[in-house]
Design a protein around this ligand. Structure first.
Ligand SMILES: [Zn+2]
Length: 283
């Protein structure tokens, strides 16, 4: 599962003292049955019209139809709450225990699966937000409020309506305005305040080996993280069954590599490699 080149890069990184960082995307959670919501599974019907995920997940849509955007997100939250972490999530938790302070995880996933007891990761940066939280749509403060358990414990279908009582649970407790899901929308930009933009770029600067897993690299920050790591002589390995924007960039580079493989299988193999090498679990 791990080829010689990847093993060599891992070996070099372990001898060094810089971070070994994992950047993961939707491909990791696909094995848990969570769709990307960018394709047909993200389509949403408003009245007689079909809306694309790229139009539903926007500030623009929220400003004109907050109820429908919330109904779409509550459906997604319900799917994520019912999903279970897969072997890839669990392997990441084990890898962190073996690498200790040299481990970092940067995740594009908003599904909360890095927070379950069996897959818990501590040194984690969520760059697209977290579906388990909401925040004031008017930004009266930068506080995050947990999505009420009422919504997280129920199974919602695409057809479940949003009742008046439910809307009351989605009101900002501080100012009384509507809240919004704590996620980066398609028509918004990365920032430090909610999405750790500068912090993760600093992490990339301190990274000796960046393993990119299950992301198409279509958004801007993952590409910046790759570029920043390479600019500081770090190595980048892109794990993906297909070629993508990132593997195209790495082609022919001495510090870059494309490892074809499935997210969970490669993560298990990395954990197994560390175990064989004698990296004992530290906790
Ligand atoms: Zn507020």
């Amino acid at each position: 599962m791990l080829d010689q080149r990847t093993k060599g890069f891992l070996e070099d990184a372990l001898k060094g003292d810089r971070l070994i960082t994992f950047l993961v995307g939707a491909g990791l959670s696909a094995d848990s049955g969570i769709p990307t919501f960018r394709g047909k599974e993200g389509f949403w019907t408003i009245g007689s019209k079909n809306a694309t995920p790229q139009s539903m997940g926007t500030k623009k849509m929220f400003d004109v139809n907050a109820d429908e955007v919330w109904r779409w997100f509550l459906y997604r939250i319900s799917i994520c709450e019912q999903a279970k972490p897969n072997l890839g999530h669990i392997a990441l938790s084990s890898i962190e225990k073996r690498l200790g302070a040299r481990f970092a995880l940067i995740s594009q996933n908003v599904d909360g699966l890095h927070f379950r007891p069996e897959s818990l990761v501590n040194n984690l940066y969520l760059i697209h937000g977290d579906l388990r939280y909401m925040r004031c749509a008017d930004e009266c403060s930068k506080a995050l409020y947990p999505i009420p358990l009422f919504f997280r414990e129920q199974i919602r279908s695409r057809e479940t309506p949003l009742t008046f009582e439910e809307k009351q649970k989605l009101i900002c407790p501080k100012c009384g305005e509507m809240t919004r899901p704590h996620v980066l929308w398609f028509d918004e930009y990365y920032n430090e305040k909610y999405y750790h933009l500068e912090t993760t770029l600093r992490v990339a600067k301190s990274t000796g080996l960046l393993v990119v897993i299950g992301t198409s690299g279509a958004t801007n920050l993952p590409q910046q993280l790759v570029a920043k790591t390479l600019s500081r002589n770090g190595v980048v390995v892109d794990v993906n069954p297909e070629t993508n924007i990132i593997s195209d960039k790495l082609r022919g580079l001495a510090h870059g590599h494309h490892l074809r493989g499935k997210s969970s299988e490669v993560l298990l193999a990395i954990d197994g490699y560390l175990r064989e090498r004698g990296s004992e679990l530290k906790t």
